[in-house]
Design a protein. Structure first.
Lengths: 284, 343
């Protein structure tokens, strides 16, 4: 369903995909805004929660090392989250994975397959409000990791791209509980503060001989490692969604996630990802 | 009505605040990412090619080329309304100024590359003469390698490292040679291919892990901005061939073959006979231009263990050529001298 909706809008809005994502955000919010029929739990109780979700993802990628043309594609994305809510704080650990097949409309032969994994841990403290009140704001530090690997087609010898990064980030989360409906509007944003980026000088561990020559396998993974702030590495993630606790132990969340990613090295990479996500949560 | 309306108002406020924040940050971020496609008109493609090479090509400093001057010389030859074929030819000419066999431009219909690294020199090789007059059409093959043992001296011909030899095949090859007193390895006309094939042969010629070269990869945009040289080692195989060696080379020994000649030049028991190799020490990389044409270029610099670039080839220990008279009479003085030196 999501794919059909995406595909229908793609042709008209390909170059203005941010409008597309805003449409989704608006649609989700307005739908739940006027859905006033739900009942059930209204509190976000302390305790453990485990969530699993799937998203329809639209990704735009540009890796200047291989071309200044962008690659785009739709793919499913998956996420698994474990969180613990205390009285004044919440610990959240999330694993996110997507496998994108990206193409260029003008150059059909130019395409890439991308595997993209993120691990995000945040420990946020309640700044204002509490679980009894309508509005709640949490802020806190966290640590996130990223592994991205791409294989480009139609290129010889060097056709791979890889980077891994660990970031100390700041996370903020705002909740708004809608009256007695059991619905919670939620926005969560993650901004990196300082990052360690490792990107092999040749884009991968070399595509040929070095793979077998173990002695040289350590040559470049961390050769190109660097520590930096926003000038070298940016990964902003925002999730805007609405949750509904359908019973004491079960909740559903619909969310729009956008993620902006830029590696500003000689192998400059820019990526925007828009996801419409549906997530199930089991409350222990 | 009033109660539900009052309930909705703060929700709306919250939502609109979030939505406006989202719209603002998202729009700004996407703009900053510059994710729009680039124009594919001819001037833009030329500019993109020139800029990309300026930032990524690894051999400007070594070749002493003023890329700015090349830009000034070729830009006036272009306009947006010239035919694609003519445009391709202009770019081909511009890239030919680099005199680099690893630089190529590939369109849907054409491929332009530089091959004067061997065509401008005597070939010094005739495969038919060897098979007919020296191997006498009586030789064996293992994988891509032709070989024969004559008077207890082994001869192997590896014509292209694009054709893979497996570890098992390499072991079999050198086990065939184990009782010989010397070995001639002929890599003339080997234009390169997969370096792993060169490594598989070389790993049977060493007893211990050996430093064979250094590689430098471009780091930044400046022509001389490189990462530190990275040492490249090869480990020995379980099969070791110890006797003397002679490597036969010519100008068409290029790229991975050039690396192989470098490896062999580091073995004290080995000699290189023939002509200088064609060079091509760099590792080729590729880039897609905005119009879909593919650019191939040199992205690294390969250095010998002594720190000297091998881009211009490996000089043989003994420079020997094949004259026209030799060739038409079916002789190969390079092979003959190698054979004599091992007797």
């Amino acid at each position: 369903m999501q794919a059909v909706l995406f595909a229908g809008i793609k042709r008209r809005l390909r170059k203005k995909h941010f409008l597309l994502s805003n449409c989704f955000a608006s649609a989700i919010a307005f739908f739940f805004l006027f859905a006033d029929t739900a009942t059930g739990q209204t509190e976000e109780d302390a305790g453990w929660r485990i969530s699993a979700g799937v998203s329809g993802s639209y990704t735009v990628l540009k890796e200047d090392h291989f071309s200044r043309q962008t690659l785009t594609g739709y793919a499913p994305a998956y996420q698994l989250t474990l969180s613990y809510s205390g009285k004044n704080s919440v610990h959240e650990l999330g694993l996110f994975y997507s496998k994108d097949i990206l193409r260029n409309d003008l150059i059909p032969a130019f395409s890439a397959e991308q595997n993209y994994v993120r691990v995000i841990y945040s420990n946020m403290y309640t700044i204002t409000g509490n679980t009894e009140k309508a509005f709640l704001l949490r802020i806190g530090p966290g640590l996130s990791g990223l592994i991205a690997r791409r294989t480009y087609k139609e290129l010889i010898n060097n056709n791979e791209s890889f980077e891994t990064a660990v970031s100390l980030h700041a996370a903020a989360e705002a909740h708004y509980r809608i009256g007695g409906s059991g619905l919670i509007l939620k926005n969560n944003i993650i901004l990196p503060v300082v990052s360690l980026l490792a990107q092999p000088a040749f884009g991968s561990e070399r595509s040929e001989a070095d793979i077998e020559e173990k002695e040289t396998a350590d040559i470049s993974y961390f050769k190109g490692a660097s520590v930096g702030g926003w000038s070298s590495f940016v990964l902003v993630r925002n999730e805007f969604g609405i949750s509904k606790e359908i019973s004491r132990h079960h909740a559903l969340t619909a969310a729009y996630i956008w993620e902006f990613y830029r590696v500003n090295t000689s192998r400059k990479i820019s990526q925007a990802s828009h996801q419409l996500s549906l997530r199930y949560t089991y409350i222990l | 009505m009033s109660r539900s309306f009052l309930l909705i108002r703060p929700i709306q406020s919250f939502f609109y605040a979030c939505w406006l924040l989202l719209l603002f940050t998202q729009t700004s971020c996407e703009k900053a990412l510059n994710l729009d496609d680039v124009p594919d008109d001819k001037i833009s493609v030329f500019e993109d090619l020139w800029r990309y090479m300026d930032q990524h090509y690894s051999l400007f400093a070594e070749k002493g080329i003023s890329w700015d001057s090349v830009y000034q010389a070729y830009l006036p030859k272009l306009s947006d309304d010239i035919p694609d074929r003519q445009f391709f030819n202009v770019l081909e000419s511009m890239l030919a100024t680099l005199k680099d066999g690893h630089v190529a431009l590939i369109s849907e219909n054409d491929t332009a590359g530089y091959d004067n690294f061997y065509k401008a020199f005597p070939l010094n090789f005739n495969h038919q003469n060897i098979t007919r007059n020296y191997l006498q059409n009586d030789y064996k093959t293992i994988g891509p390698v032709e070989f024969k043992i004559v008077e207890n001296i082994g001869y192997i011909y590896y014509g292209s490292f694009s054709e893979n030899i497996t570890d098992e095949e390499a072991d079999r090859l050198f086990l065939e040679m184990k009782d010989t007193k010397g070995l001639i390895i002929d890599v003339r006309n080997n234009n390169g291919g997969q370096l792993i094939n060169a490594n598989r042969i070389f790993s049977r010629l060493i007893k211990e892990r050996t430093l064979v070269k250094y590689e430098r990869t471009k780091k930044g945009k400046a022509h001389d901005d490189f990462y530190d040289p990275v040492p490249y080692y090869i480990s020995p195989s379980s099969v070791y061939y110890a006797p003397a060696l002679v490597l036969l080379t010519n100008r068409a020994c290029y790229s991975a073959c050039n690396d192989f000649a470098l490896y062999i030049s580091g073995l004290p028991r080995a000699r290189i006979f023939g002509d200088q190799t064609g060079g091509g020490g760099a590792i080729p990389d590729n880039y897609i231009l905005p119009n879909g044409w593919k650019l191939q270029y040199s992205s690294t610099v390969t250095l010998s263990p002594a720190g000297k670039s091998i881009e211009n080839g490996i000089v043989p220990h003994q420079s020997i050529g094949i004259s026209y008279q030799d060739e038409i009479s079916g002789k190969d003085p390079i092979l003959e001298k190698a054979f004599l030196s091992l007797q």
